[in-house]
Design a protein around this ligand. Sequence first.
Ligand SMILES: CC(C)(COP(=O)(O)OP(=O)(O)OC[C@H]1O[C@@H](n2cnc3c(N)ncnc32)[C@H](O)[C@@H]1OP(=O)(O)O)[C@@H](O)C(=O)NCCC(=O)NCCS
Length: 239
Amino acid sequence: MTLPDSDIRSADAPSPAHGVRALGVADIPALLALAREAIPDTMAARLGPRFADRYHRALLDEPDLRLDGYFDGDELLGFIVYTHDVREALRSAFRRHAFTFGSALAFALLSPARLAFVLRIAGSVLGRLPEPGMDIRAELLTIAVRRGARGGGALRRARGINVPHALISGAFDYLRHRGATEAKVFCKPEAVDPAANGFVRKEGFDLRGQVVRWGILTNLYVKSLTPPPAGRPPAEGVA
Ligand SMILES: CC(C)(COP(=O)(O)OP(=O)(O)OC[C@H]1O[C@@H](n2cnc3c(N)ncnc32)[C@H](O)[C@@H]1OP(=O)(O)O)[C@@H](O)C(=O)NCCC(=O)NCCS
């Protein structure tokens, strides 16, 4: 299914005073700074800043991987990464950016734990090994919001701006346009990350179970993406 032109957001479009837009290469420094603050333990972060830079360029280059940011003026307050077909999108990214992902493997050779992790991902993506939740193709891969813009922060209290809700609502709209009827997200266990679990439940995800993905114990959540009821106003990121 192709998107009507009006649904394709361009990174070149003028940035709104505040709101969601597609990220571009020029946004990578801000994206990496936010990722270092909010999700310092991801593979991209653990493999160092050069890898993180190349990795995000590779993601941006992949048409079926979507990276949106929430901006307040020029300030990036949050971002989300999602796709309507996670296996094919990652597979394509791995193939087209073999050097970038190969460099992760080379670096991982320095540590057995890292090597096992990188090999598990490569086996799953390139070797099409079975993995939990693989019947659902649409996935929210990452969402991260600056501390001050999270629940309880001044932005939400004082200005009524709900950054994570705006980001995830935009993703749901896109996934529906791409024909997805369900979406999944993997979250760390509740005890490790209560905010992420609380957030995805609030956004309508149901816990399917605890699973081991790429060697890591996570909660697998699934949400039905049935069209919103008629008359429901579009999400604007307002709490
Ligand atoms: C995940 C994230 C985007 C959610 O944004 P958020 O603004 O924190 O989410 P919200 O405040 O809207 O929702 C969190 C819910 O969990 C609840 N919660 C439960 N325990 C919590 C805790 N210890 N800390 C914060 N919230 C908690 C909150 O009360 C809230 O529900 P409520 O609005 O009904 O009170 C944000 O926390 C973040 O960027 N975290 C770091 C990156 C990350 O972990 N990403 C998740 C990958 S799946």
